[in-house]
Structure formats: structure tokens, C-alpha cells
Design a protein around this ligand. Structure first.
Ligand code: PLP
Length: 432
């Protein structure tokens, strides 16, 4: 590969390359990255930024981890990819074994797919086919909670928050689902079971049509960065059992330690019928996701009329991605990640506390290695993004949310670069 000059790169990018949630041509500033190492992104102009985003929750061990790089190189020399229809291999089978060991005991079967959104699509399809197999095809709707985020493909979008997810744009093509009020009781606040009334009522009224309840346990990510009481998750599990509805938990963002537990459902001490994993699964190396299910769900496929699960992506079980994921799990388990995550939580709480007093700030909240400053007004990306970069940090605010979920290996001083940048933005927005 020959390299373009930076002005050329930026010009072609602006004219021809679509970025996430962007217009074309892209009017916003763009920062070219040359390389990444540890918690640092190195820009083409030589500036080094402390990454407060872990590349959207993925890069938990930092960039260029020698063990992950080596696992990828070793696997490339054996095979980068083979089809998964009729063939199987060490990386996929061993990764399935590890995921079954790490997740709650009832989850015994693993479906590998390309991305988080597809893992959600597969979960929803599984639920629909499950009820079809049991002779109840009318149970093909979903119940979710507001402020959720489950991905950008149509099935996943139909269960994203109707406002954040811009459902008005897609009204005629999106399946209409049921939406319960979002939980209001915070992670540490005393539980009141009235918080789950809305979900309970919708289940009572519509359980004949509902195949599954789907939501993100304890931490709602891109739909609002909200933390809520684990009792909600436990009660939702009970209600699903009571009304004979499956429970799908989306731990694509929360999985692999981010919330302070390996999986956020551990706070509620329950198991879903179907679990979606993605994001940090490969330690930020490449796209891979998985949908896990119980024997109860998969048994229905052995007996039912639609005997097979109708899904099979071309790159299913990609050996390279599975090999890196296996190594990432080994690196995670060999580390003191609970200690690292709780140290990050403590520092985020202390460092972000002064933001609370600023007039632009509505709320400050921290859970595990996730720190959120909610503002009164949406930020202007065109000014805030360069301001953050100038402070030596990489953050990607959206709407009224300034937030960070750094790599677990971040040091106290490096995390201080992030929290100072956040505080600096809050001061500017407060007119200081
Ligand atoms: C990011 C995310 C998804 C979508 O994953 P992609 O890999 O972007 O398709 C789904 N659910 C949750 C909770 C997520 O955070």
C-alpha cells in the first residue's frame, strides 16, 4: 500500500467516504489516525491522544496488545478464513467452549455472527422460530424498554428507542413493537417494584403476541447511557417466566467486565434464554459477535416444523476473529480486571464530581469503567471535538452526553487526561 499525503487523504475522505451517522460530503472535522498503541491513538501529524472510548467499548486491553497480535499472526499462517457450512475448526469450537464456561450455566449453544446488530437479529429470529416450532406463530412481537439501543439493522432498530432511533423516518418499514417505560430507579437507589409496572402491564395485556422481551441489563448504552437497578432485571426474568415469554439480554456493550461484573446480568443473578455478545469479544481487534441460547430454546429446533435456524452468514465463525477472541479472553482472565475496573470507577467518581456543580451539567454518573456527564443541551460536535483533541484526549460525545469507557489498562495519569478534557468542556459550556 502506498500512502496518501494527509491533505489528499482528508480530501478524498470528505468527498467519498461515508462515516458513522454522517452526512455526505462530511462537514465535520476529521482526524486521521496513523497508528494506535496501548491507550494512545497517534494522529498523522504526530499528536498522541489518550483514547477514552476504547473504540466504542471494544478495545479493553488497549491497542496492539502483543498477545492478541501474535494470536492473529499465528492464525493467519494456518488459515484466515474457511466457510462454516459443513466445516469446523479449533478456534470456533474452543471459543464456544469458553463462552459457555463464562456465561450463566443455562446458556449452552453458541451462534457466531459478524456484528452486534446481526447477533440481535439472530436472537429475534430464534425467538420467532422458537414459538413457530411450538405451534404458536402468533408470538412474533417483541417487548422492550425505552432508551434502549440494539443496532442499526431493521430488526434491531425496531426495538431501539423510538425517539433516539428516529423511528419516524422509518415508520412504514419498521415492525411495530411494544415499549415499556425505561427504568427510573438508579443502580444504587432503593428498589421499588413500581418501576417495572409498565413492563408488567404490557406483558399481562399482550403476552399472547409477544415472543420475547429484549433489553440491555443494568446499563443502557447508546440509547442514553443510563444505569438502573439490577432488581429490574431480576423482576423482568420472573415476569417472563410467569407469562411464558423468552428473555433476550443484549450484553454487546456490557459484556467482558465493563460494568464491573463479567456480564451485567450477574448483578441480578439471573440467566436469559438468549444472550447477545459482541464489541469487546475480540478485544477491539475485529468484528465478531455471538448469540448464546439455552437447551430449552435450541431443543425446539430439533422437534419443530422449521427444523433449522434460518441464518448462516458467509463469514460465520471466522477463524481469525475466533482465535483473537480466545486470546482476548485469556488475557482478560490473566489480568486483575475487577481491580482495574473498580480503580477506574473510583477515579471517575472523584475526578468527575466537580462537573456536577457546573450550570451546563445535568447529571454525573459512573458504573464500572463507564463515566457519563449528561448536559442540559446537546453539544456542538464541530467545536467540542477539536477542544477535546486539543486537551490530548479522544472522546466522541453524542447529543447531551459526554462520556468515557477507557481501556482497562489505563493509568491514573492517562485517565486524568480524559477527565480533565471532560471537565474542560463542561466549564466552557457553562460560560467559564
Ligand atoms: C453496539 C451495540 C449493538 C450493535 O453492534 P454492532 O456491532 O455495531 O452491530 C447492539 N447492542 C448494543 C447494546 C450495542 O451497544
Amino acid at each position: 500500500m502506498d500512502f496518501l499525503s494527509t491533505p489528499e487523504l482528508l480530501d478524498i475522505d470528505r468527498q467519498h467516504v461515508w462515516h458513522p451517522y454522517a452526512a455526505m460530503p462530511n462537514p465535520l472535522p476529521m482526524f486521521p489516525v496513523k497508528s494506535a498503541q496501548g491507550v494512545y491513538l497517534e494522529l498523522e501529524d504526530g499528536r498522541r491522544l489518550v483514547d477514552g472510548m476504547s473504540s466504542w467499548w471494544t478495545c479493553i486491553h488497549g491497542y496492539g496488545h502483543p498477545r492478541l497480535n501474535q494470536a492473529a499472526k499465528d492464525q493467519i499462517d494456518r488459515m484466515a478464513h474457511v466457510m462454516f457450512g459443513g466445516l469446523t475448526h479449533q478456534p470456533a469450537v474452543q471459543l464456544a467452549q469458553q463462552l459457555i464456561r463464562l456465561t450463566p450455566e443455562p446458556l449452552q449453544h453458541v451462534f457466531f455472527c459478524d456484528s452486534g446488530s446481526v447477533a440481535v437479529e439472530v436472537a429475534m429470529k430464534m425467538a420467532i422460530q422458537y414459538w413457530f416450532n411450538l405451534g404458536q406463530p402468533q408470538k412474533n412481537q417483541f417487548l422492550t424498554i425505552r432508551n434502549g439501543y440494539h443496532g442499526d439493522i431493521f430488526a434491531a432498530m425496531s426495538v431501539c428507542d423510538p425517539v433516539n432511533g428516529m423511528h419516524h423516518l422509518f415508520h412504514d418499514v419498521l415492525r411495530q413493537q411494544f415499549f415499556a417505560d425505561a427504568p427510573q430507579i438508579g443502580f444504587e437507589q432503593p428498589w421499588d417494584k413500581a418501576d417495572i409496572d409498565s413492563l408488567a402491564q404490557l406483558l399481562e395485556q399482550h403476552h399472547h403476541e409477544i415472543g420475547a422481551v429484549i433489553f440491555e441489563p443494568v446499563v443502557q448504552g447508546a440509547g442514553g447511557m443510563r444505569f438502573y437497578n439490577p432488581e429490574y432485571v431480576r423482576c423482568a426474568r420472573e415476569l417472563c417466566d410467569q407469562y411464558d415469554v423468552l428473555l433476550i439480554l443484549d450484553e454487546i456493550a456490557t459484556g467482558f467486565g465493563r460494568s464491573g461484573r463479567m456480564f451485567a446480568c450477574e448483578y441480578a443473578d439471573i440467566s436469559p434464554d438468549i444472550l447477545c455478545l459482541g464489541k469487546a469479544l475480540t478485544g477491539g481487534f475485529m468484528s465478531l459477535a455471538a448469540t448464546l441460547t439455552t437447551k430449552r430454546v435450541s431443543d425446539a429446533f430439533a422437534q419443530g416444523e422449521a427444523g433449522v435456524l434460518m441464518h448462516g452468514p458467509t463469514f460465520m465463525g471466522n477463524p481469525l476473529a475466533c482465535a483473537v477472541a480466545l486470546e482476548s479472553i485469556a488475557v482478560l482472565e490473566a489480568s486483575d480486571w475487577p481491580g482495574q475496573v473498580s480503580a477506574i470507577a473510583d477515579q471517575l467518581k472523584a475526578d468527575l464530581a466537580p462537573c456536577r456543580a457546573l450550570p451546563a451539567v445535568r447529571d454525573v454518573r459512573v458504573l464500572g469503567a463507564i463515566g457519563v456527564v449528561e448536559l442540559h443541551e446537546p453539544v456542538d460536535m464541530a467545536t467540542v471535538q477539536p477542544q477535546v483533541v486539543k486537551a490530548g484526549a479522544w472522546l466522541r460525545p453524542f447529543g447531551r452526553l459526554l462520556y468515557t469507557m477507557p481501556p482497562y489498562i489505563i493509568s491514573t495519569n492517562e485517565l486524568r487526561v480524559i477527565t480533565r478534557a471532560i471537565h474542560g468542556v463542561c466549564v466552557s459550556l457553562s460560560g467559564g
